[in-house]
Design a protein around this ligand. Structure first.
Ligand code: SF4
Ligand code: SF4
Length: 372
């Protein structure tokens, strides 16, 4: 059975397959206990720590876990999207009806069910821990899982199943060199504050997600993090890109991803900030689904990216966004103008302050005026 599952998974496009028992993951419980504060955003149901770490919460009859890896770095990403949208999010796994990842998941699930197994995957499986226990990867200090020969640009699926399957052996390559701290040094916000310890509330990637679209994601991004977000609009790859274990993959010669090359100009922050509902629906949502479902959060992040770019050529465009019906877009546009600064920004902010009714937006405009 293990051989059949492996063959089928590879045939439909997964890159590695492992198996482990459905035993709970006690290390995950202690790690979460230790850092409860940083994870208080996890929904109450999941916060019952034993649940997060026990596959039987997802499937009471679970006996094994099938772990599937997919490598999302097989084609070159467009230069203009790097540093703007995390590789995992711009991967070709995501475009609309051609959503290969979703199709693969459905296919493998159907395959396992046809073989008489019950399958559980929602609301959450400890995917990274399962991959490590199945021996298909090892944790790096940046908390990402590294697969031998592939590095950390991998997606992981873990499915609890009711069948008894032979676990694969833990033969993944060794972990991090003792003296390496490159990922920690590369993290601009201090989110990665010690080996294997990451505070999601300070992580750029987490902060780019939409409030209400992803559990615990904030509506408001702290001021100091906004500045450190640089050009990121969705996700952040810095602690993976800095890692010596990923350099071989980063320097590989790959064919361009034609789909993304064509789409890339449409994801410039100046385009995203001013987009209408139709553009969002037809162009953006198709690709960037996942943790941001609402246009206003992409606009919020685009405003931050434009502010951080500091180019006054975009002041006119940001001035238009100061009239957006969504107050969050107006607030972050005000912040962007404060960040760009200068007389031109001040004039736009002065006009906006006179026009604005909402106290929270007025407050942000005043703060921006104080900075500009
Ligand atoms: S994803 Fe970015 S912000 Fe988050 S831990 Fe890594 S480097 Fe830091
Ligand atoms: S940068 Fe160094 S410490 Fe961080 S994950 Fe890579 S090898 Fe490990």
């Amino acid at each position: 059975m293990e051989r059949k599952i492996r063959e089928y998974a590879l045939e439909i496009g997964f890159d590695e397959v492992g198996f482990t028992t459905a035993d709970p993951f006690p290390q995950l419980i202690s790690a979460l206990e230790e850092r409860k504060e940083g994870y208080s955003w996890i929904s109450e149901r999941l916060l019952q720590l034993a649940h997060v770490a026990d596959p039987h919460f997802v499937l009471p009859s679970a006996k094994s876990i099938v772990v599937l890896l997919y490598d999302y770095y097989k084609q070159a990403y467009p230069e203009e999207l790097l540093g703007r949208i995390g590789k995992a999010y711009q991967s070709r796994l995501y475009p609309g009806k051609k959503r290969l990842f979703g199709s693969r998941l459905r296919l493998i699930r159907e395959f396992l069910e046809e073989k008489g197994m019950e399958v559980g995957i929602r609301p959450a499986m400890p995917e990274r821990q399962a991959a490590v226990r199945a021996g298909v990867g090892r944790f790096g200090c940046n908390t990402f899982v590294y697969a031998p020969g592939r590095g950390s640009y991998i997606g992981i699926v873990a499915m609890a199943v009711s069948a008894e399957l032979d676990p694969t052996s833990a033969d993944a390559e060794s972990g991090c060199p003792d003296d390496c701290r490159r990922c920690i040094e590369a993290c601009p916000t201090g989110a990665l504050y010690a080996p294997f310890k990451m505070d999601p509330l300070r992580c750029i990637a987490f902060n780019t997600y939409g409030a209400g679209n992803f559990p615990g994601a904030p509506e408001d991004i702290p001021n100091d993090i906004r500045e450190k977000m640089g050009s990121w609009i969705y996700g952040c790859d810095l602690c993976q890109d800095a890692c010596p274990k990923n350099q071989k993959r980063l320097n590989q010669e790959l064919l361009p991803d034609v789909y993304l090359e064509e789409a890339a100009p449409g994801f410039a922050p100046e385009v995203l900030l001013g987009m209408d509902d139709r553009y969002f629906r037809e162009k953006v949502q198709q690709l960037l689904y996942g943790y941001i479902w609402e246009k206003k959060f992409i606009q919020r992040n685009a405003a931050i990216a434009l502010g951080n770019r500091g180019d006054d050529a975009y002041i006119g465009l940001i001035a238009d966004a100061l009239k957006d019906p969504e107050d969050i877009v107006r607030r972050y546009s005000a912040w962007a103008l404060g960040r760009i600064g200068g007389l031109k920004s001040r004039k736009v902010l002065d006009v906006a302050l006179k026009r604005e009714d909402l106290p929270a937006v007025k407050e942000e405009i005043k703060e921006a005026l104080g900075k500009s």
